[in-house]
Write a protein that binds this ligand. Structure first.
Ligand SMILES: [Zn+2]
Length: 204
């Protein structure tokens, strides 16, 4: 009987930590393949292998176990995003299938770039809106109008590993569209691209 209970406990433990595994050797090697000023290669849908990888469902990070690797990952993703003139970038776009992305805070003075680790969307309206001019570093040379929410309530870990819960609004490209950036990057973590959510095709 004790052996039986032990097996059940082991199974439950494995299941519960399944989504929060430490970085693999492959992930570690990619992150440490350059210093913080070295951009990653951005995966694009034009490449068949990249295109498949961009459809990967990502898993949560173990912040405590991998904090120094995560710090390097964030720095290199920031370098990559700036080199590409993006307003957001998600880990699967640079070959790391993990729940982490950077997003520009257009709602804050100076438009700082912040990180969301293991993010969740915890509340959203029933109605959707049409966001004009969505685009993606992984879908070069194209843009389109996407179906989005006008606001979202989100929860994530910040760069210090602290839990943040906040409401993000703004869906106008002319003023603030921080909430849209968050939705776009969050979709990447589930293998979804904005081209899956087109409201209508725009000028391609
Ligand atoms: Zn994108």
């Amino acid at each position: 009987m004790p052996k039986f209970i032990f097996l059940i406990c082991t199974a439950v433990l494995c299941f519960s930590c399944n989504n929060k595994t430490i970085m693999t050797e492959q992930e570690r090697n990619l992150i440490l393949s350059g210093d913080e000023n070295t951009p990653f290669r951005v995966l694009t849908v034009d490449n068949a292998t990249d295109s498949l990888f961009l459809r990967t469902e990502c898993s949560d990070l173990n912040y405590e176990a991998d904090s120094s690797l995560i710090t390097r990952l964030i720095a290199r993703m920031d370098t990559t995003m700036k080199a590409e003139n993006g307003v957001g970038i998600a880990a699967p776009q640079i070959g790391i299938p993990r729940n982490i992305f950077l997003f520009m805070r257009i709602d804050k003075p100076g438009n700082p770039v912040e990180v969301a680790i293991n993010p969740r969307i915890v509340n959203k309206p029933n109605e959707t809106i049409c966001f004009e001019g969505d685009g993606c570093l992984s879908v070069p040379g194209r843009s389109g109008n996407s179906v989005r929410y006008a606001w979202i309530e989100v929860e994530y870990l910040n760069a210090k590993g602290e839990t943040v819960r906040e409401r993000l609004e703004g869906y106008s490209r002319d003023t603030d569209f921080t909430g849209i950036i968050f939705q776009h990057e969050f979709d990447h973590l589930r293998g979804i691209l904005y081209t899956d959510k087109l409201y209508e095709t725009s000028k391609d």
